[in-house]
Ligand binder design. Structure first.
Ligand code: NAP
Length: 245
C-alpha cells in the first residue's frame, strides 16, 4: 500500500521538515498551509525534485469546510489516505492568563485543538476499517509545555497541548481495533519561526543538552511513529526535549 499523508502546517518549521522527510521515504504528501503559499510550494518543489509526489493545499485548519475540502482534494489527487500529522499550531501572544480575552482564547483553541480534532475526524472516516478504509496512523504534535504549564508566558498554549495529549489518549483507544494508530510527539523548544530568537536563547539554558532542537530531529520521530517500525505503538507520547522533562 502506498502511503498518502497530510501534514498540516507543512509549509514551515517542523511540518516542512516532516513533509520533506516523508517525501524522501516514499509518501505522497499533502503540504497544508494557511497563508505562506511560496513556502508550501518550495516544500512541494523539493519533494518533487527528489522524485517524490506532493501537492500544496491551502486550508485554515480552524475552518471546518476548508478542512473537509482539503481531505477531498487529497482523495482525488493523491489517493487513499494513510496518515495525518496534526502539526499546524500557533503560539499565541506571550501573556499571563489574567491578560487574555475570550476572543483570543477561542482563536487559539480553534486552531490548536478544534482544527486537530476535525482533521482527525476526517482521517478516521477515511482510514478506519469500520468505514471501509485500510488503516493508517495519526501523529499529534503536542509540546512539552502541556506538562511544564508555561506559567507567565503561555498557559493557554499549554492548555491546548494538554488537550491534544488527551485526544491521543482517547482516540488511540477508540480506533486501535480499526487499524489506526494514534500517537503524540511532544517537542521541546525547536529552531523554527514560532518561538523567536529571544525565547530560543532564554530556553536553551534550561535544556540539559544545552541547545534547542533542529526541526529534522522532531521530524524523524514523527516519521518513525507513522512507519511500520512503530506497528505496536498506539497512545504513546514521545517527548523529544533534549533531556528536559
Ligand atoms: P511554525 O514554524 O510557526 O510553522 C507553523 C506552520 O503551521 C506553518 O506551516 C503555518 O502555515 C501553519 N499554520 C499556522 N496556523 C495554521 C492554520 N490555522 N491552518 C493551517 N496551517 C496553519 O511552527 P513550528 O514551530 O514548526 O510548530 C509546529 C508545531 O509544533 C506546532 O503545533 C507547535 O505548537 C509545535 N511545537 C513547536 C515547538 C517549537 O519550539 N517550535 C515546540 C513544541 C511544539 P503558513 O506557513 O501558511 O503560515
Amino acid at each position: 500500500m502506498s502511503n498518502v499523508t497530510i501534514v498540516t502546517g507543512g509549509s514551515r518549521g517542523i511540518g516542512a521538515a516532516t513533509a520533506k522527510l516523508l517525501g524522501r521515504a516514499g509518501h505522497a504528501v499533502c503540504v497544508n498551509y494557511v497563508s505562506d503559499a511560496d513556502a508550501a510550494n518550495a516544500v512541494v518543489a523539493e519533494i518533487k525534485g527528489a522524485g517524490g509526489r506532493a501537492i500544496a493545499v491551502q486550508a485554515d485548519t480552524a475552518d471546518e469546510a476548508a478542512v473537509v475540502q482539503m481531505f477531498e482534494t487529497v482523495d482525488k489527487e493523491l489517493g487513499p489516505l494513510t496518515g495525518l500529522v496534526n502539526n499546524a499550531g500557533i503560539n499565541g501572544r506571550r501573556s499571563r492568563v489574567d491578560e487574555l480575552s475570550a476572543d483570543e482564547i477561542r482563536k487559539l483553541l480553534d486552531i490548536n485543538v478544534t482544527g486537530c480534532i476535525v482533521c482527525a475526524r476526517e482521517a478516521v472516516k477515511r482510514m478506519s476499517t469500520k468505514h471501509g478504509g485500510q488503516g493508517g496512523a495519526i501523529v499529534n504534535v503536542s509540546s512539552g509545555s502541556a506538562l511544564l504549564g508555561n506559567p507567565g508566558i503561555g498557559v493557554l498554549y499549554a492548555v491546548s497541548k494538554g488537550a491534544l495529549n488527551s485526544l491521543t489518549n482517547g482516540l488511540s483507544q477508540e480506533v486501535a481495533g480499526e487499524g489506526i494508530r494514534v500517537n503524540t510527539v511532544a517537542p521541546g523548544m525547536t529552531k523554527t519561526d514560532m518561538p523567536g530568537a529571544d525565547r530560543i536563547a532564554e530556553q536553551a539554558k534550561k535544556i540539559p543538552m544545552g541547545r534547542v532542537a533542529e526541526p529534522d530531529e522532531i521530524a524523524e520521530v514523527i516519521a518513525f511513529l507513522l512507519s511500520e517500525k512503530a506497528s505496536y505503538m498506539a497512545g504513546a507520547n514521545l517527548r523529544v526535549g533534549g533531556g528536559r522533562l
